[in-house]
Design a protein around this ligand. Structure first.
Ligand code: MLT
Length: 395
């Protein structure tokens, strides 16, 4: 056999796997130490009863001969796509039903869609720091990666490079990990750039519901010209607490074509109908409930609760006069490691000395070295306890 040697370019372990392994080792060796996890962005508040009941009702249907269902449409049920369409209308964005596909989350969709692009032949722009999946999948595909340094000086906002003709561009706004969120003007600059060089923007929209500022778009399709250069990926994981349920959607515009006129929408449909059997029926009923008015009211309530945790983290950093960003339009707080420590040194010390787990900034890219990320997704009580330890910590 001939294996894909590009895998040799990957880190030994994916970032969140490495954190989990180090945490497990510490817990195994120190079973009496109460570890608090503020690392991976995993939700802790329960599902909205309204949403959970919709999924339970869907499972109940499957118990009866009259309402039992087998395979669903690979690209998603019409009712689920319609819920996405209506949700976007709320932001003044018109999406065609054929542009929407339902999947099991952004991670798989944004990785699977790379099947559409010639391996080893694309120049890919990847902000640094950013969610590590984009770099990993681009490495697996042997693409040429150009990193866009995002630092405190440019407020962690990537800007289109003047001297590079890109083919693919990953953007995540609000950014994971920094929380930097494009304004309309900043995103318009990216849309214009992508259209000018025939590139495609893969827009990760996982955290849009956390946006508070009114000058920040909730979808790239709010920007004129985006439908010829962008695809967008949405998720219910952090919004409706679906990290376990698994549900997301992708929007690939009908007018998104390569230079020879081939439709990416058509290719994505071919890819999904061939390699995917469709998202589970109960999850798709869950999407409808989660995107409804009641579902979003419940989601927003949970988001406010998480933001209360964020306040605790930011107060602790303020007390220690540590520079940080994020926490307003996103569920992560991104800060400079004190005492000049590297990201992993800080990780190890925080785990060993106050038993708190976070995410080392360097795991999101080289520009993240010397930075650290804390998630606001744990419970209020445990976040408060973690921050009490943090404030008392001599670092
Ligand atoms: C994160 O912690 O960055 C994300 O929650 C991980 C993920 O969504 O896969």
């Amino acid at each position: 056999m001939k294996i894909n040697k590009n895998y040799l370019k990957l880190e030994e372990n994916y970032l969140f796997t490495e954190i989990a392994l180090r945490t497990k080792k510490f817990i195994d060796e120190n079973p009496d130490k109460p570890v608090i996890k503020l690392g991976i962005g995993d939700v802790t508040l329960p599902l909205s009863p309204f949403v959970a009941d919709a999924m339970i009702a869907a499972f109940q249907e499957l118990k009866h001969k009259e309402s039992f269902r087998g395979y669903g449409p690979e690209l998603g049920y019409g009712f689920a796509k319609n819920a996405v369409k209506e949700y976007y209308k709320g932001y003044g964005v018109d999406i065609e039903m054929e542009e929407i596909t339902i999947g099991d989350g952004i991670g798989s969709d944004i990785a699977n869609i790379t099947d559409l692009f010639a391996k080893g032949e694309n120049t890919v722009l990847v902000p640094d720091p950013v969610y590590p999946l984009y770099k990993a999948t681009s490495l697996m595909d042997g693409q040429k990666i150009v990193y866009l340094p995002c630092t405190a000086e440019n407020k962690f906002v990537p800007i289109p490079p003047k001297d590079i003709k890109a083919d693919m561009i990953y953007l995540c706004s609000p950014n994971n990990p920094t929380g930097a969120t494009f304004t309309y003007d900043q995103l318009k600059a990216w849309v214009d750039y992508a259209n000018s060089c025939g590139a495609v923007i893969l827009y990760d929209n996982a955290y849009e519901r956390f946006i508070e500022d009114s000058d920040k778009p909730h979808s790239i399709f709010e920007i004129e010209g985006a439908k010829t250069c962008a695809m967008e990926f949405g998720s219910l994981s952090k919004t409706a607490g679906f990290t376990c349920v698994r549900s997301g959607y992708s929007i690939v515009p009908l007018s998104l074509k390569d230079e020879s006129g081939l439709s990416l929408n058509k290719m994505w449909q071919q890819r999904q109908t061939t390699k995917y059997n469709g998202a589970p029926y109960p999850q798709q009923r869950g999407i409808v409930a989660a995107l409804s008015e009641q579902g979003m009211k419940d989601a927003d309530k949970n988001i406010s609760e998480y933001k209360r945790n964020g306040q605790l983290i930011m107060q602790a950093l303020d007390e220690k006069s540590i520079f940080y960003t994020g926490g307003v339009n996103s569920p992560y707080i991104w800060f400079q490691c004190p005492s000049g420590l590297t990201s992993w040194e800080f990780f190890d010390r925080m785990l060993n000395e106050i038993y708190v787990v976070g995410t080392p900034g360097v795991g999101f890219g080289e520009c993240g070295e010397g930075y650290f990320r804390l998630s606001m997704f744990n419970t209020y009580e445990l976040t408060a306890e973690a921050m009490q330890r943090f404030r008392a910590w001599k670092i």
